[in-house]
Design a binder for this molecule. Sequence first.
Ligand SMILES: NC(=O)c1ccc[n+]([C@@H]2O[C@H](COP(=O)([O-])OP(=O)(O)OC[C@H]3O[C@@H](n4cnc5c(N)ncnc54)[C@H](OP(=O)(O)O)[C@@H]3O)[C@@H](O)[C@H]2O)c1
Length: 281
Amino acid sequence: MRVLLTGARGMLGTDLSALIRERHELHPIDIEEVDITDGPATMALIEKIRPDAIIHTAAYTDVDGCESHVDQAFQVNGEGTRHVAEGAHRSGASMLYVSTDYVFDGKSASPYRVEDEPRPMSVYGKSKLRGEVYTRELAAQHYIVRTGWLYGEHGANFVEKVIGLARDRPRLEIVDDQVGSPTYSKDLAPALLRLVESGRFGTYHVTNDGSCSWFEFARHILDLAGIEDIEVVPTTSERLARPAPRPPYSVLDNSAWREVFGSGLRHWREAIEEYVRHRPR
Ligand SMILES: NC(=O)c1ccc[n+]([C@@H]2O[C@H](COP(=O)([O-])OP(=O)(O)OC[C@H]3O[C@@H](n4cnc5c(N)ncnc54)[C@H](OP(=O)(O)O)[C@@H]3O)[C@@H](O)[C@H]2O)c1
């Protein structure tokens, strides 16, 4: 397959690039090749490459930054995705759009199913949902994959932030009232490629198995990294007062994926153990 990958130099995009290259003809693009907010340039590039499949990971991913850059968030995550979807439609390519658990408001008491009504709380969540709508409307052969709490070797992420802060400070306050599923981009990448190879179009939730709060996740990371001389204290979202509201509970039910592919991704504890063990010190 000829596969066009957007956001190819991002955290997930870098892991995907390496995988796709092993089996397919890869056309990696990022903002240096084309800014997806430029509709004519984006569509012209897609029509020139004439891909069989597009995996669209490019996004404005700074969740707090989106609150103060609302136009930019909707331009990149909404209109940018529209341009990619139109390009997919014109060139007859399938399209996979990577979306987020932050399209939900977090009021559920059980894991969100693909058919649950999205009600995003933040600008980031709203702009990513706009991207979902365009993908469904414009790209006839599409996959939408919602995931959450991503970390990986090739981008700034919570794991590195916690380990970095723990080296400088004697005490860390971490929120204990947001629950989700930490997901290793190295586990997500093969799942996305498998989906694109399958032709099983539709909407899926794909995360590592299990769930925890950010506080539990931080504690576990520090234990694995062998960092003991630090006090980690649970706090609340209200006390931390970050610009973007986050869902208190954004665990995703991965059963749509499991029904098609048999088994889901491994437990988050197993994945983070591998990540911490292999990260450069
Ligand atoms: N990270 C998470 O926790 C998380 C959770 C759920 C879903 N997701 C979704 O998963 C996908 C991958 O996330 P990630 O964390 O790997 O993202 P990332 O590391 O921020 O990568 C996104 C890439 O898109 C590029 N980009 C930004 N604006 C662009 C534009 N206007 N035109 C072209 N390229 C542009 C970025 O370039 P610059 O770096 O130069 O801006 C970057 O290389 C995203 O769609 C995100 O919404 C992420």
